[in-house]
Write a protein that binds this ligand. Structure first.
Ligand code: ATP
Ligand code: MG
Length: 361
């Protein structure tokens, strides 16, 4: 796998930002792998990235606080199992902040501002970067926008610390996060080389069956911030409303017109979430051919709703059960925090030693 992997046992770490409930993009991008890996590996961590969520939500701490329990509930509902995966909260492991500070010396501002993930997300948020004022809708230079918070620019550094504080080396993520992991691996190489010991493992990012789920509006990524998602906790009515408002082929004005599949969000979602492949192929064939036998948009959407409900109804039911006992959720987090801190303290002892700041007086 990685050049130095043989020295390290596999440790899995994954997480979500508590910026909203989780959606289908998380499910196919990362959650399916969380479920698989917790059965395959002994040591798995799930982190609620509250510090990272605050980097672009500093003015709305209540939103972040409220969503901590929400994202944990979503993970429990899909089957992330607290007996196999340690759940913890980023801010409850203060060693992460300490490690972040040391990692910051190993990264340049230029590396961060050229990071593709940072660039895309800064655009979305209307932050300006690299002395340019960028708009959310495609980069035309205008004299608007907000300065980029330093914490946001540096979140790849803090994410490297989240992972490496537990010496995790396998990280299930959506494709959008891969450049952030590349940055983390640059830090690993630089740290180990600078301080003369292989303290940290190289990290392998593993993307899910659908590395980047498109939004319900057809935009390139379903995201909490963009509000173009079907949530894992959506009610049947919400699922129906969202599917019914999805784009299909804008040039197919009548049901009998020849239709296009590429870029057609309903078919994209059917390919991913539909279980009856024969039925989907038949829909596609008739949709492309047009004529009297062509299926109507409503018929196809109704089938997608049915398939999504098959997946989401049981998740929602389990979520409602877990939500009845919040103290039990807090206990899961308390226990997970304690385990994560043990790992963190051991790592920091080694870090202080190689960095020559392990004062004994
Ligand atoms: P935000 O808009 O606040 O950044 P988000 O929807 O991007 O929220 P995160 O909490 O940032 O969600 O992401 C959690 C994990 O889910 C990450 O590994 C991310 O790559 C993955 N993920 C998020 N959206 C998608 C998507 N549309 N397709 C595949 N994976 C995704
Ligand atoms: Mg994100």
């Amino acid at each position: 796998m990685n050049d130095n992997s043989s020295h390290f046992k596999p440790i899995i770490l994954t997480g979500d930002r508590p910026t909203g409930a989780l959606h289908l993009g998380h499910y196919v991008g990362s959650i399916q792998n969380r479920l698989k890996f917790q059965d395959e590996y002994d040591t798995c961590f799930y982190m609620v990235a509250d510090v990272q969520a605050l980097t672009d939500n500093a003015d709305d701490p209540q939103k972040v606080r409220d969503n901590v329990i929400e994202v944990v509930l979503d993970n429990l509902a899909v089957g992330v199992d607290p007996t196999k995966t340690h759940f913890f909260i980023q801010s409850m492991v203060p060693e992460i902040a300490e490690l972040t500070v040391f990692f910051m010396n190993l990264v340049t501002v230029q590396q961060l501002s050229h990071n593709p993930t940072i660039k895309t997300e800064a655009l979305q948020k209307g932050y300006f970067l690299q002395n340019k004022f960028l708009t959310a809708d495609g980069g035309e230079e205008k004299n608007i926008g907000h300065g980029i918070p330093l914490g946001f620019l540096a979140y790849p550094v803090s994410q490297a610390a989240d992972i490496l504080i537990c010496k995790a080396n396998i990280v299930p993520v959506g494709e959008d996060q891969m450049p952030v992991l590349e940055q983390a691996n640059d830090i690993v190489k630089k740290f180990n080389a600078t301080y003369g010991r292989e303290v940290f493992p190289m990290i392998k990012g593993i993307v899910g069956s659908t590395p980047r789920l498109v939004g319900t509006d057809g935009s390139s990524k379903a995201s909490k911030t963009l509000g173009n998602t079907i949530m894992l906790s959506d009610s049947p009515e919400e699922i129906e409303r969202k599917v019914m408002s999805m784009y299909t082929d804008p040039n197919r004005l009548k049901k009998t017109d020849e239709g296009q599949i590429e870029g057609n969000v309903v078919f994209t979602y059917l390919d991913i979430f539909g279980t009856d492949k024969k039925k989907i192929e038949d829909f596609k064939r008739r949709y492309i051919a047009g004529g009297d036998d062509a299926p109507g948009d409503i018929e196809i959407k109704k089938y997608l709703i049915e398939e999504l409900r098959k997946l989401l109804d049981p998740i929602r039911a389990r979520r409602e059960e877990y939500a009845k006992d919040i103290p039990a959720i807090e206990k899961i987090l308390r226990e997970g925090n304690a385990v994560a801190r043990k790992y963190a303290q051991a790592t920091m002892q080694e870090v202080r030693e190689v960095m020559k700041i392990n004062y004994k007086f």
